[in-house]
Design a protein around this ligand. Structure first.
Ligand code: GLA
Length: 379
């Protein structure tokens, strides 16, 4: 049974009728452009086959009730009285709060959710949940789902309600993904351009099975360090520092600020070069840029862990692999590889065996196509 069928069946069991709306909101994998989004920079993610599914019906009493097939505790609250309570419900409450605070008139709903985006794996399970919830509010309350605007509410949920100082990439791609394309996002103004993958390539997601938490990891600290570097250059964000300017002044910056800035400045360049490589159908160059991105995240930004380094290195060594790197915030989670489509299974099998031998952990490795963004699904 697929997730769509599962969520409908569970809904029928709980509520005795079919849901009035079914929503799919995808997770994402970032091909390149890591830790650049909150520096007003460039990112190049794609939405993936894995997603949050939400089946709902409206309710007239201004309450939200949501049961997740993966979580023990349901979420239940009144829109008129939103309080923190911890757990996965924070993302639901945060979205409600941000939409209400910005003047939206919200109606209640009750729902069943299910998801196959692994939590804390760097594939944006929380952004997918936020976009599913945002879409639910839009449908039930009768306002349009505007992808960029909803992404901003998702980011505010993370920043203002959950306490994770994340950027806007994950919500943007979950909201606006396009089937068959990665999306170049300019995080300064949220302009997007669809970019096709090189022909004959496939994307592998390789889960190290180690996990992060952005509220507890070094994520917020990295962000502060980037702000300190931008302040030194007297600009509002590192996006506005060119490589020439950086090289002229880098020795004046203290460590580790210098290394953090070097990562962001060079990563923005790599991302724009990756777009050119994709437009030229140049898989080897795209792969090389991904490898360089990993090295920069490991040595300068210092957000990898041993398992991510082993995973990336193991993948990079396989015939048929153009390049591999960690993806997402880091400190655990997944790596991504660009591989020759006809050798995809060989690469996946070899990486799985060698990674397990090196770490004792059994990785999850799966391929994904570039999927569509958040939408109401007609069943
Ligand atoms: C997390 C954040 C994003 C982004 C990435 C790193 O996924 O949610 O905003 O900063 O880390 O690129």
């Amino acid at each position: 049974m697929n997730l769509q069928q599962r969520v409908i069946e569970a809904f029928e069991q709980q509520f005795g009728e079919r849901p009035s709306t079914i929503i799919r909101a995808p997770g994402r994998v970032n091909l390149i452009g890591e830790h650049t989004d909150y520096n007003d920079g460039f990112v190049l993610p794609m939405a993936i086959d894995r997603a949050v599914w939400l089946a709902l019906r409206p309710r007239g009493d201004g309450r939200i009730h949501a049961t997740s097939l993966e979580q023990t505790e349901p979420v239940d609250f009144a829109l008129a009285d939103i309080q923190h309570s911890g757990g996965w419900g924070e993302y639901v409450k945060g979205m409600a709060k941000m939409l209400l605070d910005s003047g939206h008139d919200l109606a209640g709903w009750e729902s069943i959710l299910t998801s196959d985006v692994p939590v804390g794996s760097g594939l944006s399970s929380s952004a997918a949940l936020e976009m599913a919830v945002g879409c639910a509010f839009a449908v039930v309350s009768g306002f349009p789902f505007d992808g960029n605007q909803m992404a901003r509410f998702g980011q505010r949920t993370e920043n203002e309600w959950v306490g994770a100082n994340t950027g806007i990439m994950d919500q943007m791609i979950s909201a606006n993904g396009q089937a068959g394309y990665a999306l170049l996002i300019d995080c300064r103004d949220l302009a997007t351009q669809p970019i096709p993958l090189p022909s004959g390539t496939a994307v592998l997601i390789m889960d190290t099975m180690t996990r992060h938490s952005h509220t507890e990891s070094g994520y917020n600290e990295r962000r502060q360090q980037c702000e300190a570097a931008a302040a030194y250059f007297e600009v509002s964000a590192l996006r506005y520092v060119s490589i020439t300017e950086f090289l002229a002044h880098e020795t004046e910056l203290e460590l580790p600020i210098r290394k953090r800035a070097r990562h962001v400045v060079t990563e923005n360049l790599r991302t724009l070069n990756a777009v050119k490589a994709m437009r030229n159908n140049d898989a080897p160059l795209l792969g090389q840029l991904m490898n360089e991105s990993h090295a920069s995240l490991r040595d300068d930004f210092e957000v990898t862990n041993d398992e991510l380094d082993i995973m990336a290195r193991t993948a990079q060594a396989q015939p048929g692999c153009y390049g591999a790197r960690m993806t997402g915030g880091g400190f655990g989670g997944c790596a991504v590889a660009l591989v020759q489509a006809d050798l995809m299974h060989d690469v996946a099998a070899a990486v799985a065996t060698q990674y397990e031998a090196a770490t004792g952990l059994k990785p999850q490795i799966f391929s994904t196509s570039a999927a569509a963004g958040t939408a109401v699904i007609q069943d």
